[in-house]
Design a binder for this molecule. Structure first.
Ligand code: BG6
Length: 501
């Protein structure tokens, strides 16, 4: 629970006279896919930052797993170079000495028994309790067998605690998500399951809750009476890169909308929870998903990028990317208009837009408030598009801004739109990576920022009709804001799409 976590971390700070100390019991952090890209780019750097910051218990160990045997020294060298790439060359030794490796082979019963034995030996040798956090950073097709393997070897029920972290995608539609939930529940209780969505670990996403719920003025305006529309944009300048094998079976809808964007939407739209803990917050989020109006397929635009220009360079189209099947109809862009059929949000459109190869990377939530009923200043013109918009920038340049109209000094009488803004970087200089927060939460047993079984199913359910009858894919040039058809979705009612300031 967030409340518990904040208290624990504050107590830990106090106990050390201001210096941070770990607030979890020592454990073994097991990484399935320990030689993979996510482990190297995100998990090891996050663990290392936590070790340096003193939040990772000094006796917590890391066991990387991969298919093939690798000498432990060679694996540690790999981890060292991954940390150096992440800018942590000087700090690497704070972590590498407690990194171990084990081959899991093809995942036979014997392989899992060997894993269980290795874990027991590691715990005994380092005098730590058998607490295991098992992070499954694996392709979807091996997930079920891995969960069965863990259950078969008794790794779901040890003398300490056992938690399993499941990376997205969690299923590819409602049916597969239900099947996966049923399978995981055969071996693990819900309180042992951490379905990760890294967006929930971003500081700015968590701050969305604080900003909304701690500021009376904002919360009292957070409803259909004051809000005209909400836009959520998650734009990326990169293309699919080397991930087409996965991406082509997924597309923007499954890759971004069903999970990350749904999470943002539920946090914006949820009712005030009865308390600030995991259960109450997850309950409210599920309620939002269940009260979404059925998606009108005419309010959805799918797109696919064609050749164009990105960051000043000519780039190829999606169909020319390596490993994309000829004629693929996979969308790299989705825009849609949604409605939340609730007392609070009746009639307020929520616009969503996400895509690859858009002009720049930006994740923003724009809450457009209703304008003043009478415009006294029409004659002097210029109410800017950004007026009355609360812009919450989740990345990059994390922060908030709200534009006010003011009178420009002097003659002639002119109105200007001025931002009242806050930048994380200017104030705090550095913010944690999402994985730092989420991995600590797993070790501390805090499920607030993880997705519940009912939530994942409710979100797949919302998109079922769309997945079954997707509208045609429209081309857009790389480096543009998506197909022109998507602009048509927003302009008549809410002015231009908010592309960020
Ligand atoms: C991942 C998607 O979950 O999120 C990627 O699979 C996407 O396709 C990434 O690029 C975006 O994450 P972030 O944190 O860079 O916005």
């Amino acid at each position: 629970m967030i409340g518990t976590k904040m208290r624990l971390r504050a107590d830990a700070l106090a106990a050390r006279g201001g210096e941070t100390m770990a607030t979890h019991e020592p454990a073994v952090f097991v990484i399935f896919g320990g030689t993979g890209d996510l482990a190297k780019r995100k998990l090891f750097p996050a663990l290392c930052h936590n070790a340096v910051g003193g939040q990772l218990h000094e006796r917590t160990l890391i066991l990387g797993l991969g298919r093939s045997p690798i000498a432990e020294a060679a694996y540690r060298a790999d981890v060292r170079s991954a940390l150096a790439k992440a800018g942590l060359a000087d700090e690497a030794e704070r972590l590498v000495g407690r990194v171990f490796y084990q081959a899991i082979g093809r995942g036979s019963d014997d392989d899992y028994r060997a894993l269980a034995e290795r874990l027991e030996k590691l715990c005994a040798a380092h005098e730590i309790p058998p607490n295991y956090a098992m992070y499954l950073s694996l392709p979807p097709h091996v997930m079920p067998a891995t969960i069965e393997g863990l259950g078969g070897a008794g790794l779901n029920n040890t003398r300490g605690w056992t938690r399993v972290v499941l990376e997205k995608p969690f299923g590819k539609d409602l049916k597969s998500a239900q099947e996966l939930n049923a399978l995981v529940h055969r071996h693990f209780r819900e309180d042992q399951i951490y379905r990760i969505d890294h967006y929930l670990g971003k500081e700015t996403v968590q701050n969305l809750l604080v900003f909304r719920l701690a500021n009376g003025l904002i919360e009292s305006a957070w409803n259909r009476d004051r809000v005209h529309s909400v836009q959520i944009i998650v734009a990326e300048d990169l293309g699919v890169g080397s991930r087409a094998g996965y991406y082509d079976t997924s597309g923007a809808l499954r890759d971004m909308v069903q999970n990350h964007i749904s999470q943002l939407l539920t946090l914006v739209a949820m009712e005030v929870p009865s308390s600030f803990d995991a259960e109450a917050i997850r309950y409210e989020k599920v309620k939002v998903l269940r009260s979404m109006a059925p998606i009108d397929l005419n309010s959805v635009v799918r797109g696919q990028y064609t050749a164009g220009t990105a960051s000043g360079h000519a780039v190829r189209g999606y169909l020319e990317e390596a490993n994309v099947p000829a004629g693929s109809q996979t969308e790299t862009f989705v825009a849609m208009k949604l409605f939340v059929d609730s007392w609070r949000w009746q009639g307020v459109p929520f616009y969503i837009r996400t895509g690859k190869r858009l002009p720049r990377k930006t994740t923003q939530i724009a809450v457009r408030f209703r304008s003043a009923p009478v415009s006294f200043f029409k004659k002097v013109g210029c109410r800017l598009e950004s007026s009355d918009v609360l812009l919450i920038t989740l990345q990059p340049d994390e922060g908030f801004s709200f534009h006010f109209d003011i009178k420009k000094p002097g003659d002639p009488f002119q109105i200007e739109s001025i931002p009242l803004s806050f930048s994380y970087d200017e104030r705090y200089h550095q913010i944690h990576d999402a994985y730092q927060t989420l991995l600590l939460d797993v070790l501390e047993g805090d499920q607030t920022l993880f997705v519940h079984a009912t939530e994942v199913e409710a979100s797949w359910k919302l998109f079922t009709g769309l997945l079954e009858a997707p509208p045609p894919v429209r081309p857009y040039a790389a480096g543009s804001w998506g197909p022109p058809e998507a602009d048509g979705l927003a302009i008549p009612e809410s002015g231009l799409w908010q592309h960020g300031c």
